[in-house]
Design a protein around this ligand. Structure first.
Ligand SMILES: [Zn+2]
Ligand SMILES: [Zn+2]
Length: 265
């Protein structure tokens, strides 16, 4: 059995309420022995649910933050929930935070201020950051450098930038994570970016329930589907599936300060 680590899954969401146990069992059957649940969608309920899931399952860890889409709704009480949860021992990172200039659901200036504030929170608790950056790579790099993200450990999740962006993040020592988008026919520029990420900085993720990889595209995504993304990333990186699986498990454990898995899955 090849072991895989889904570095970014939203299995706390209502999309999985009806069959979460079966989804997690299917993931394990597919070799996905570990996952990071991202508590950042919508309101603070996502962070609370993700921490609860991580408390119940030794192979699940959580992150807490608020997605850039939703930061204009944040109140003092909302921030206080994140400050309370951030030091929790099952919380391994602050995220996803960042900038999304594609949708602009929150004003850009509000996104920038919240992003910097989440970086400060990450420094206070000594944990890495998981970043959502879309059509905003130059501004994001400026905020990340200013916020000394390299000292924290930094993941650029669901990477959709150019090969030059991948190179620029890699030069800063950040990790770059590829989602199911890398399997899509139109995503050749993204496949071209994979070799620009050093092997020890490569991560893979589902970002489920969104972005199911081919051949599952259009369905609800789930952690077990990461196998298809891993196959494509491996071939772009010039690695065997087994090498890519082992390398990305090792990288995910390193950035989130987890002990590598031991023994059989
Ligand atoms: Zn995201
Ligand atoms: Zn996400």
């Amino acid at each position: 059995m090849i072991r895989l680590f889904d570095s970014h899954a939203h299995v706390d969401g209502p999309e999985f309420d009806a069959d979460r146990g079966e989804v997690l069992a299917r993931a394990r059957a597919a070799g996905v022995s570990r996952m990071i649940v991202i508590g950042a969608v919508g309101d603070t309920g996502s962070a609370e649910r993700s921490v609860a899931l991580a408390e119940q399952d030794p192979d699940i860890w959580a992150t807490v933050a608020t997605h850039p889409h939703d930061v204009d709704k944040m109140t003092d009480a909302w921030w206080a929930v994140h400050e309370r949860l951030a030091p929790h021992p099952r919380v391994v990172a602050i995220g996803e935070t960042g900038l999304d200039y594609y949708y602009d659901h929150s004003p850009r200036q509000v996104q920038q201020v919240a992003f910097a504030r989440f970086l400060e929170l990450a420094h206070r608790v000594g944990k890495p950051v998981v970043c959502h950056i879309r059509d905003a790579h130059d501004d994001a790099r400026a905020i990340l450098k200013e916020g000394r993200a390299g000292e924290l450990g930094c993941v650029i999740h669901c990477f959709t930038g150019t090969p030059e962006d991948a190179k620029a993040y890699a030069e800063l020592g950040y990790y770059v994570s590829f989602s199911g988008i890398v399997t899509y026919k139109t995503a050749q520029p993204l496949r071209d970016a994979v070799p620009f990420v050093p092997r020890d900085r490569l991560l893979i993720e589902t970002d489920c329930p969104y972005l199911a990889p081919i051949p599952k595209r259009g369905k609800r995504n789930e952690p077990g589907f990461i196998v298809h993304t891993a196959e494509v990333v491996a071939s772009c990186a010039g690695m065997s599936f087994e090498e890519l699986a082992a390398q990305t498990v090792e990288n995910t454990c390193r950035v989130f300060h987890l002990d590598p898995p031991t023994g059989l899955p």
